[in-house]
Design a binder for this molecule. Structure first.
Ligand SMILES: Nc1ncnc2c1ncn2[C@@H]1O[C@H](COP(=O)(O)OP(=O)(O)O)[C@@H](O)[C@H]1O
Length: 190
């Protein structure tokens, strides 16, 4: 069982890299952002609840997100491991994940951060916004809000995982293939 948390600011490339890593290591990719967007598109109760927060670049409340994530893990109990993308994003989420995995006799194996400069990331998001249809990708103020949420609520997770000796960082600037190689180099040591 190998459980990897992909970590990084909005636009860092977590989703792009997860697509390659899940094939290479035979992991289930759980992207909370993708799950929320799927629910919004299908207008489910969960989608309706999350939409206001997401469109404004705010985090969805922990209670909603934690429950959703646990349900997705439960649906994939026969997997060889998970690639968590966009979760945890707060300290309460990280604690909930640890406790939940413990009930299965599992744990977070490692957290790997994709690092890149804010200016590069904002450019990437605006570029993605031209085609993604994501409301939260198209407006500079909403993007700024996501960075504020990240700095305030998500950045403290680096110390949380460092304290457990589970934090690794790789340079997120380069070609997609180069970055997959850098991530793989870390995963291969686990
Ligand atoms: N773990 C989470 N906790 C709370 N809200 C979340 C979480 N994951 C995703 N969301 C919501 O979904 C939005 C989009 O998520 P995602 O696609 O992962 O964003 P990004 O490209 O900004 O990293 C977030 O801005 C937030 O509103």
């Amino acid at each position: 069982m190998i459980n990897i948390v992909l970590f990084g600011k909005p636009g860092a490339g977590k989703g792009t890299q997860a697509e390659f890593l899940k094939e290479k290591y035979n992991l289930i990719h759980l992207s909370t952002g993708d799950i929320f967007r799927f629910n919004m598109k299908n207008d489910t109760a969960l989608g309706k609840e999350a939409k206001g927060y997401i469109d404004n670049g705010e985090l969805v409340p922990d209670s909603v997100t934690i429950k959703m994530l646990q349900d997705e893990v439960e649906k994939n109990m026969d997997s060889k491991g998970f690639l968590f993308d966009g979760f945890p994003r707060t300290i309460p989420q990280a604690n909930a994940l640890d406790e939940f995995l413990k009930t299965k006799n599992w744990e977070v194996t490692a957290t790997i951060a994709l690092e890149a400069d804010d200016n590069v990331l904002v450019e990437r998001i605006l570029e993605r916004g031209k085609t993604s249809g994501r409301v939260d990708d198209q407006d500079a103020e909403k993007i700024r809000n996501r960075y504020e949420e990240y700095n305030e609520k998500t950045a403290p997770l680096m110390d949380f995982y460092r304290a457990q000796n589970k934090f690794h960082a790789v340079n997120g600037i380069g070609s997609i293939a180069e970055i997959t190689e850098r991530l793989s180099a870390v995963i291969d040591t686990l």
